[in-house]
Design a protein around this ligand. Sequence first.
Ligand SMILES: [Zn+2]
Ligand SMILES: [Zn+2]
Length: 412
Amino acid sequence: MARLKPAFLLAFFAVLFSLAGCAAPEQDASLDVGAGIGVAPVAAQQADAALPDTRGDPADELVVRFLDVGQGDSALVTFGEQSLLIDGGPAKASQKLYAVLEDLGITHLDHVIATHPDEDHCGGLAGALQFATCGTFYCSVTEHDTKTFGNVVQRLGGTPITVPAAGDSFALGPATVQFVGPVTPTDDANNGSLVCKLTYGTTSFLFTGDAEASSETQMTDSGADLHADVLKVGHHGSNTSSSTRFLNAVTPEYAVISVGKDNSYGHPTNETLLRLQAAGAQILRTDELGTITFISDGEQLSVTASTGKVEPVAPESAEQQAARAALEAEAARVAQEQAAAAEAQRIAEEQAAAEAAAAAAAQQDERTVYVAASGNGKKYHSSPNCSRMKGTTSLTVSQAEAQGYTPCSKCY
Ligand SMILES: [Zn+2]
Ligand SMILES: [Zn+2]
């Protein structure tokens, strides 16, 4: 990828546009270059503030940027000249995507993964594809009846949409991207999310889109190696994702939640945050930290954030340890209680069934039957008029059976 334009160039153009009194060309409108800015340093500062600091990316390291796109998902992965964009956030983030690619000088994306066609993942891809061409475009579906998806397809021009299967993989420089989900295709948009694992040396990242518990279970059952140092938490931290069993398979060191400030969905939920903490992950949120950038040299990870400081995780205080132990004990107690209640219910149901059977048997015994008055014959009959018997004596089933009678095969 071509290296960045220095910020003063942006400022220079800003001045040019404002002096010329003309609107910025449509493509540049995304940067707001000419929006009434007469003072060059301000334009430069604004561009800098809006964009992650991308200057001087190392050529031999993997860089993963979880872009702050508000309520949505977008991650840009680069290795030297190679690039992969996973989702583009909502349509509102189109300009941001355009600006980030422009700032990095990425005019061609080797790979684009649209995890699923929902607007908060696909919308901003239109902006990205307005700036950059695309090599391979992956999505969970090839068609989806929304304007958002239509816009993306339109921007793709003739580039076909590839629907990968679990197990498919491609290279990004010396790093590998492997799809691990969905294990079985589904019509459910979220659970159909393409899930991929990025591995470079001994470091790894897992991108889950909006996959929920049912997809997580299938991935866990598939036996795929799901461990990742960095987990892009499923579905913005919704309680429908990040099931305990899945987290136990991933055992992430960092859990990145891509989420909008004060979003109306209540993402992330407290339950999810507790499960991530219990799994031992350090939680990093785009609503608190802005764009979160990881750099991997194949052995070590470093992490920075655009609007906040990523603090190293302090060892748990005695107080926190006690709180977590109490939480775990409470969870164990609830599980035990639930198991005991289920066992009690099973026993009660068994008892009720036995009682019902006994009552039915008892009722059967009290039914009136008939035997031959003469005492001849060994059968009891349901009707006093059965042709196989002459003259009748009535008694109950239990009395008849006690006397050695068996049911008549004709009438009983
Ligand atoms: Zn979704
Ligand atoms: Zn989503």
